[in-house]
Every structure is written in structure tokens, then in C-alpha cells.
Design a protein around this ligand. Structure first.
Ligand code: ATP
Length: 610
């Protein structure tokens, strides 16, 4: 039996009405139990508010508010102005369509608009909308591009809205507008899948690992539903489907780093560029960013280098793309690379700002999943398959067991324009932990001439209007850390300094798409900003030190009852468009940074007394 879209719409409504994660989990479990195998991928994508993973690079729906209103007016047989006015009053077009449809139904009206004339559509309306039909129609809307596509999109959407029941129409409209904010994170979907298809939440790590190896939750759900949990346990990476990147912990003391890594480490330059996961299959090359966007189009030069200099039929390797000086070959900072990324004519800018690629890992080669192998083995494979050239090389590195040597190498790295070093474990358990931040990789960065050992990446959750010269415009931001346990964003500090005039000028435009009239569901903050902001934008922040504060919710009560962890004198450094909100510094990391700071203060005080 095909699944009715109304089942999904009912679940959306229930999800929207709760903020309790346990409750959300129950609703999802109930939903997945009712979902036929062949629709599970689509249901998962709908829950994620998308039609497919972003990295596929397929076209967007391309339906703005205007077109949506027009489609609603056609479907409901009411003037556009009526839909528009009601949308303004109710807050969104979806609610307006729902209300208008419900009124019609109560009035006992015959099917309106297009429907009245098309018997085929009438028949379908009587059968009810299925998940498949809604999905397929939306996909057709997205793929309608080029000349005449606006008309096609309009007709398809109007027919969908006219067939839909009021509640269904509301959610279709919200989905189309990108406003389906259910507050369900991937972690909750993963857990529900584990419960339904794996038998219990204890299977969560299996589903999680599969999702880390293939960043397509719909695909994972489908494999799970069709072939069971055992198939998922045996899953390997697939060329063309990005793997979630392994991430590093941070420390700023060479001796401590050596100790953590078991006394021996591979130390490499930490290049200040853009992380690239490069996939190759025959002549075809894909490049995925740190946040798994398909960035192949931005680097035709890297595509060429990969095609020519990887000696394997199929491979997934990782490296850092760095801008270099065309004359001297010197490394340029991240900002220069981002400048290149903003230019439209890639081919012209390629000569102006050339890049080099520094490779540091091999994750999959010719059928073999290397993520489960220790680092020395992965490195050996990398060395074997990579043909090195001046601009396509292995990351500069050395193996050492001495903290002193590490320190010297760190200074050399900084001198050469790197951000610092990455120290990596070499023991038997040094596997590639896809999607995890762990102690197998430790980053040691030069600091920013500040007392805080390292900067952090925080997410904007609110904004404050400035005063005086900045009156009426945003002048400060409320920033949060990510708590992966609960999938929420917890406030850390309000930052108003470090912005250039240009940064401030652009703030309004940058924030506009994310501004909300009420607190977004995944935000946890007692401080109330002038406007709330949906977690989407990540910025690098530094301060004088970490401090305890009764106002902020990050790590609330962890160090001291009634207090959270905050940053004293926070300062904006730069935007991190390469990071998604879930990639931000976590509450746990901030807690560990706080403890390290505390230990340092104690040690220094001890040394002073002695
Ligand atoms: P940061 O904010 O410090 O750039 P991050 O949060 O993006 O770090 P981390 O795992 O904390 O990610 O740090 C590793 C990052 O450093 C990688 O994502 C990669 O982009 C970059 N990098 C540069 N050189 C190397 C290297 N030799 N090995 C691994 N990662 C490297």
C-alpha cells in the first residue's frame, strides 16, 4: 500500500508542537513503522526538509513566495491579494493556504481551479495524495529549468496544492518555501531508525557509522529497511558519496600532545585553506567540502590534478586546498582562497589565485575501505597512489617521539605560513573516525595574541540592534555552542567587537533569511536578543578567557551550580562559511577548555608561590 501524505503531515504537526526530544523520537518511531520500504528514503528527506542531500548538487526547487502565492491562488480560485493578505496576518503562506482550503471545504465547495476541469486530477484527489506523488512532483518542479520553467513549476505546484487537504497543503507550501522547521535533528532520525529497523536504540552506533561513511540518511534508511541491520554493519564508502570528515581535538602544549598520542606521532603542517575530500572513479572527479557540499565546480584545476595524479581506478583521498602566490609559491591565508571562491569566473581567477593541494589521508582505494585501518597503513597507500607534483603533494610532516622536536616543527610550520600543526596517533587503534572529533588527531594552532589559548567557532542565534551611530542596524550577536547530545544550541556570549565597518554593513543582509519572531526550537538561551536567528551562521570568536556566567546556558551547572561557561571580552575574527552549525565548537569542548585553563592558572599560581 502506498503511503498517504496525510500520515506525514500529521506527524509534522505533532513534531512541530513539541520540543521534547523523547516525544519526537516516539513520533518518528511510529512514523517509520508505518512507512513502506520503498518510501522510507523520501520520508527521511522530507523530515530533513530537503528532497535529496545537498551535496548531490541537484537544482533547488526555485519557487519563491510570489510563485507560491500565484499557485495557491490558481489552486484555490481566490485572488492572489487575498492569499497575500492572509499570509501576512497569519505569518506564512502555508497557514494562509490551509485556512483558505478549510473554509472552502466547510462551505462544501466543489474542487476548485484546475481540478474542476481535469477528471484525472479529480480521480487522484479522491484517492488522496501519496508521499511518492508529492515527492515526484516536487522533484519535477526542481528539475524544471530554463525557458518556460516558471510556467511548468506553477502548474505542477498548483495541481499539487489543489489536490492536497488543508493540512497537507500547509506543509507542502512550507516545504517549498524552505520553512519546514520541525526541530528534528539527524541524531533523532538516526536513533528512530535504529529502534525500528535494528530492534533497539543500542543499534544507534551502527546506523551512525553507516551515515558517517555515506552522508545520505535517506540511502541509509533504505538499505536498513530493505536489507536489515547486518547489511548496514558491512557497509563501505562509495565513490561519489561523501564521508563525514574526521576531526581533531585541540591542545596548546607539545608535551601534553605527545602524552595524549601515546608517545609517538605523525606531525604535519596544519594548512590554512579549505578541506577537500577528493573522489575519483575512472576519469570522473568529485570534490566535497568540510561540510559536504559539492565544490567540484569551484576547482577545475584540482579536478585536473586529481585525474592525472591518482594511480587508482577508484579512490577517496583527503587534503587541504591552499591558495598560493603565483610568483613565489608561498602559502596564502584562507581569506585569499575565499576571495577566489566568491568570484564567478573560475577560469579567470584560477590564474590569478592558483592553489596547491596538500594530501593527508586515503579513505578508500579500489574496493578497500581504509577507514578501518590504522594511520600508518593509510599513509602507505596514500604514498603509493599519489604522484607528487609541485602543486599536488603530500602534507609536510615528520614522525617524532619528542615534544621538543614537535615544538620546533610547529615553529617552522608557522614560519612557512601554516596555522600550526596537526599531530596524529600512529598506534594500532589509529583508525579514521569518520564524523567524530577525537584524540587521535590533535591540532596545535598558533594563538591570536590573546590569553585564550585558542579561538572557538560559535553559531549565531540572535542579534541586537546597535546604539548611536549604529542605531537601527545590528551591532552585536548572540553566539552559541552546539550540544550534540540534545541537538541544541546553547548561548555562550554576546559579541559586539572585532567587526570591521564592512562586516557590520553586511550583517543585515547576511542575517535576513534566518531571522525569526520567536525562539527557534533548537535554541537554548535565557538571554533574549532583539531578534532571534535560526542557527545557520558560524563565526570564529576569540576572547581574553573563559569565564563563568549565570546568564549563559552553555554547560550550565557543570562547573558551578547556577552558572554556565562564557567568554570574557569576546571578539569576532571571521565568518566560517565552510562550517555548518553542527560543526561548531561543542559544549563539551568548551568545558574541557575551561578545565585546562583552570589547571594552567593553578599551575602558574603554584609556580609563583614556589
Ligand atoms: P579549524 O577551525 O581549526 O580549521 P576545524 O574545526 O575545521 O578546524 P578540525 O578537525 O578541528 O577542523 O581541524 C582540522 C582541520 O584542519 C581540517 O578540517 C582541515 O581542514 C585542516 N587541516 C590542515 N592541514 C591538515 C592536515 N595536515 N591534516 C588534517 N587536517 C588538516
Amino acid at each position: 500500500m502506498p503511503m498517504q501524505f496525510s500520515v506525514l503531515a500529521d506527524t509534522f504537526e505533532r513534531l512541530e508542537r513539541t520540543t521534547s526530544r523523547t516525544q519526537m523520537l516516539l513520533y518518528l518511531v511510529e512514523l517509520f513503522k508505518k512507512t513502506p520500504k520503498e518510501s522510507i528514503d523520501k520520508v527521511v528527506y522530507f523530515l530533513q526538509g530537503k528532497l535529496w542531500p545537498d551535496w548531490r548538487g541537484y537544482p533547488e526547487l526555485g519557487v519563491g513566495e510570489k510563485l507560491l502565492i500565484k499557485a495557491a491562488s490558481l489552486a484555490l480560485h481566490v485572488p492572489e491579494s487575498r492569499v497575500e493578505a492572509l499570509a501576512k496576518r497569519l505569518g506564512d503562506v502555508g497557514s494562509a493556504i490551509e485556512r483558505l482550503k478549510a473554509e472552502r471545504e466547510r462551505g462544501g465547495a466543489r474542487p476548485a481551479g484546475l481540478l474542476a476541469f481535469i477528471p484525472e486530477a479529480q480521480r487522484r484527489a479522491a484517492e488522496g495524495l501519496t508521499v511518492e506523488r508529492v515527492y515526484d512532483t516536487l522533484a519535477r518542479i526542481a528539475f524544471a529549468t530554463g525557458e518556460g520553467s516558471r510556467e511548468i513549476k506553477l502548474k505542477l505546484l498548483a495541481s499539487l496544492l489543489s489536490e492536497a487537504k488543508p493540512k497537507e497543503a500547509k506543509y507542502i507550501a512550507r516545504f517549498v518555501e524552505g520553512r519546514l522547521r520541525l526541530g528534528v535533528g539527524d541524531a533523532t532520525i538516526v536513533e528512530a531508525l535504529a529502534v525500528v529497523f535494528g530492534g533497539s536504540a543500542a543499534m544507534k552506533p551502527v546506523v551512525e557509522r553507516a551515515y558517517n561513511l555515506r552522508a545520505d540518511l535517506g540511502m541509509i534508511a533504505r538499505i536498513l529497511a530493505e536489507r536489515g541491520i547486518e547489511a548496514l554493519k558491512a557497509i563501505k564508502p562509495e565513490v561519489g558519496v561523501p564521508i563525514r570528515p574526521m576531526l581533531a581535538e585541540r591542545l596548546s602544549d607539545a608535551a601534553e600532545i605527545m602524552k595524549k598520542l601515546g608517545g609517538r606521532a605523525l606531525v604535519e603542517y596544519k594548512y590554512d585553506g579549505e578541506r577537500a575530500q577528493i573522489h575519483k572513479k575512472g576519469d570522473k572527479v568529485w570534490i566535497f567540502s568540510r561540510r559536504l557540499e559539492n565544490i567540484t565546480h569551484a576547482y577545475p584545476d584540482v579536478v585536473e590534478m586529481a585525474r592525472e595524479n591518482i594511480r587508482a581506478e577508484e579512490a577517496i583521498v583527503e587534503g587541504e586546498i591552499v591558495a598560493i602566490d603565483p610568483e613565489t609559491g608561498e602559502l596564502k591565508p584562507f581569506q585569499v582562497l575565499m576571495h577566489r571562491r566568491r568570484k564567478h569566473d573560475v577560469y579567470a581567477v584560477m590564474r590569478e589565485i592558483p592553489v596547491a593541494v596538500f594530501l593527508f589521508d586515503a579513505l578508500y582505494v579500489d574496493g578497500e575501505d581504509l577507514t578501518v585501518k590504522p594511520l600508518p597503513e593509510r599513509r602507505r597507500v596514500l604514498e603509493r597512489i599519489v604522484v607528487q607534483t609541485e602543486r599536488w603533494r603530500l602534507a609536510e610532516g615528520m614522525v617524532t617521539d619528542s615534544a621538543e622536536e614537535l615544538e620546533k616543527f610547529f615553529l617552522r610550520a608557522v614560519e612557512d605560513g601554516a596555522e600550526g600543526v596537526m599531530a596524529k596517533a600512529l598506534h594500532d587503534r589509529s583508525i579514521y573516525q569518520a564524523g567524530a572529533r577525537g584524540w587521535l588527531w590533535i591540532k596545535y594552532k598558533r594563538d591570536y595574541k590573546s590569553e585564550m589559548a585558542d579561538s572557538v567557532d560559535l553559531v549565531v542565534i540572535g542579534a541586537f540592534y546597535g546604539k548611536g551611530r549604529r542605531g537601527g542596524k545590528f551591532g552585536a550577536l548572540l553566539m552559541a555552542a552546539y550540544d550534540p547530545e540534545t541537538g541544541t544550541f546553547k548561548s555562550v556570549c554576546k559579541v559586539g567587537s572585532g567587526f570591521t565597518d564592512e562586516d557590520l554593513e553586511k550583517l543585515d543582509e547576511l542575517l535576513a533569511p534566518y531571522i525569526r519572531s520567536s525562539k527557534p526550537p533548537r535554541v537554548d538561551s535565557t538571554m533574549k536578543p532583539d531578534v532571534w536567528v535560526e542557527p545557520a551562521l558560524v563565526a570564529e570568536i576569540i576572547g581574553s578567557e573563559l569565564t563563568l556566567s549565570p546568564i549563559h546556558t552553555c554547560c550550565h551547572g557543570w562547573v558551578k551550580p547556577g552558572a554556565g561557561i562564557s567568554i570574557r571580552f569576546p571578539r569576532f575574527i571571521r565568518w566560517r562559511p565552510d562550517k555548518s552549525p553542527e560543526d561548531a565548537t561543542t559544549t563539551k569542548e568548551l568545558y574541557e577548555m575551561y578545565l585546562r585553563q583552570l589547571r594552567k592558572i593553578k599551575e602558574e599560581a603554584g609556580a609563583g608561590e614556589a
